[in-house]
Design a protein around this ligand. Structure first.
Ligand SMILES: Cc1cc2nc3c(=O)[nH]c(=O)nc-3n(C[C@H](O)[C@H](O)[C@H](O)COP(=O)(O)O)c2cc1C
Length: 211
């Protein structure tokens, strides 16, 4: 059976943890894959205009139109997002809200698709998985699993991290902490997460072969 898995990273930071972890899931897939970064794309929120009711096609003119075709053609979606303020980031929320277009008149375009949620956070990557899976449930996308990893909070790189009293460095490690390469979280230091991501990709392939 031919299969197509679409990976979508909702991080605005290209090549960072979310992109890499989504790509690692795709690396485990035995089949055709495509990776899309939302970095640089213009995808606004659902406007609630109900323009999609008659035909399940959103009428808002932005980059979601091109992405819609890819979603329709895919057998499975791997959606990754970073945790911003203990929830998925705004870009992810806008993208996932726009799945509303598929729901009308018992629309079943998404119903047979499988999903994998990828969550990244400086401290709590699980929050992103929680939110992505809620959208999967609303869209009747069947979740086959999730993977999370720790990414570097911006305080490691902003230049003020060692001194800022309200930043992540003071909060997690205490005042006086020096920022060293060893201290900065990176996916390469979490090999078990890379293994888990590839295994999820394999699981997706197996499920798609069975179905
Ligand atoms: C505006 C903003 C808010 C954030 N809030 C949280 C948070 O509440 N909890 C958390 O665990 N990480 C938080 N982070 C850290 C990010 O999740 C972390 O930097 C992650 O690596 C970003 O993913 P990326 O590397 O793929 O861009 C926040 C980052 C930003 C920019």
């Amino acid at each position: 059976m031919k299969m197509k898995v679409l990976g979508i990273s909702c991080s605005p930071r290209r090549g960072q943890t979310t992109d890499r972890l989504v790509q690692e899931v795709l690396n485990g897939v035995d089949g055709s894959t495509e990776f899309v970064s939302l970095n640089g794309l213009r995808i606004g929120p659902c406007l609630g205009c109900l323009g999609c009711v008659a035909d399940n096609v959103c009428k808002v003119q932005d980059d979601m139109s091109a992405l819609r075709s890819k979603i329709v053609e895919a057998d499975a979606l791997v959606v990754g997002a970073p945790n911003y303020f203990d929830m998925i980031n705004g870009l992810a929320h806008c993208f996932l809200e726009r799945l509303y277009q598929f729901r009308h008149q018992e629309g079943d375009i998404l119903h047979s698709k499988l999903g994998v949620a990828v969550g990244v956070g400086g401290g709590k990557p699980d929050s992103a998985v929680r939110d992505i899976e809620k959208f999967f449930t609303f869209s009747q996308i069947e979740s086959v699993g999730s993977v999370t990893a720790q990414g570097p909070a911006c305080c490691f790189n902003c230049g003020c991290g060692e001194d800022c009293k309200v930043g992540a460095i003071h909060m997690f490690f205490g005042p006086g902490t020096k920022i060293t390469d060893e201290l900065i979280p990176d996916l390469s230091k979490q090999p078990e997460k890379l293994v888990a991501a590839r295994e999820l990709g394999q699981k997706l392939s197996q499920r798609l072969t069975e179905d």
